[in-house]
Design a protein around this ligand. Structure first.
Ligand code: BT5
Length: 239
């Protein structure tokens, strides 16, 4: 008895689009759950809080449509863990920088942007630097698979691996979110380290202690514990 695959059964490949997230949102009413949109280039790739995601040719810029039927901030970790597993498939060891980045050796290789329309649908956008040149302005903070492995890995292989892992993690998440969260905890490299947290105009420094089952980050700020809820916060590890 096999399990029916959801993610990646239908893949829409575009040459160029403003943002795969926006495109998928615009067709969400007409396509089945698990539909994937990939674009060779994005002219206006989006990060969180109005930030830009630079998306030149050679990277994997994709979005996945989910209909879990509920709203849950932990959905971002389905994307993050799947990226970590995909990178491992190609020999690259990475870690999650809570809540939505994947880093290798102090630099960002991937970012996840989750956008939803209440309980109707959720769009999980993933940007992964594969063969694309790392944009000049991000030289010190970003890295690509090519830079790490010296190999040009065909994008369709990376896409296949990523949709495979996402399909598995999505199923696990729906059945047992605590299993997903225990894996997130193992893969979150900032635990035990000091981080600077920026939320709006506020900046605080604390030690990241744990990722809790509800997806929040527990910080130790001079001896008192503070729970950071996933939202519009940015974290910078202090080395
Ligand atoms: C993110 O935002 O990291 C989420 C990025 C999601 C991108 C995907 S691509 C497919 C889908 N369609 C979209 O339009 N978006 C999604 P955030 O945490 O706000 O980080 C944004 C910051 O990452 C920027 O301010 C830059 O500093 C940095 N950045 C931009 N482009 C990058 C790149 N290609 N590689 C590494 N870092 C980058």
């Amino acid at each position: 008895m096999g399990v029916k695959r959801i993610i990646g059964r239908r893949v829409v490949v575009l040459d160029e689009v403003s943002s795969t997230n926006d495109y998928l949102k615009s067709i969400a009413g007409e396509v089945p759950e698990g539909t994937v949109v990939v674009a060779r280039r994005q002219s206006a790739g989006k990060g969180r809080m109005g930030r830009r995601w630079l998306s030149p040719e050679g990277g994997l810029w994709m979005s996945v449509l989910l209909r879990p039927g509920f709203v849950d901030p932990r959905i971002v970790f389905i994307g993050a863990l799947s990226v970590v597993d995909t990178l491992a498939d190609f020999g690259v060891l990475s870690g999650i920088k809570w809540p939505n980045d994947v880093w290798v050796g102090g630099r960002k290789i991937a970012g996840i942007l989750v956008e939803g329309r209440g309980e109707e649908h959720v769009v999980v956008g993933i940007g992964l630097n594969v063969n694309n040149p790392v944009p000049e302005e991000l030289r010190d903070v970003a890295v690509s698979m090519f830079e790490l492995t010296g190999e040009r890995i065909p994008l369709e292989f990376v896409l296949k691996s990523l949709t495979f892992h996402m399909d598995a993690w999505y199923r696990i998440f729906k059945e047992d979110p605590f299993l997903l969260m225990s894996r997130v905890r193992e893969r979150t490299f900032i635990l035990g380290r000091f981080v600077e947290v920026e939320s709006g105009d506020e900046k605080i420094v604390g030690r990241a202690v744990d990722v809790l089952d509800d997806g929040s980050l527990l910080l130790d700020i001079g001896g008192s514990l503070k729970k950071l809820i996933y939202g519009d916060v940015s974290i910078r590890p202090l080395w």
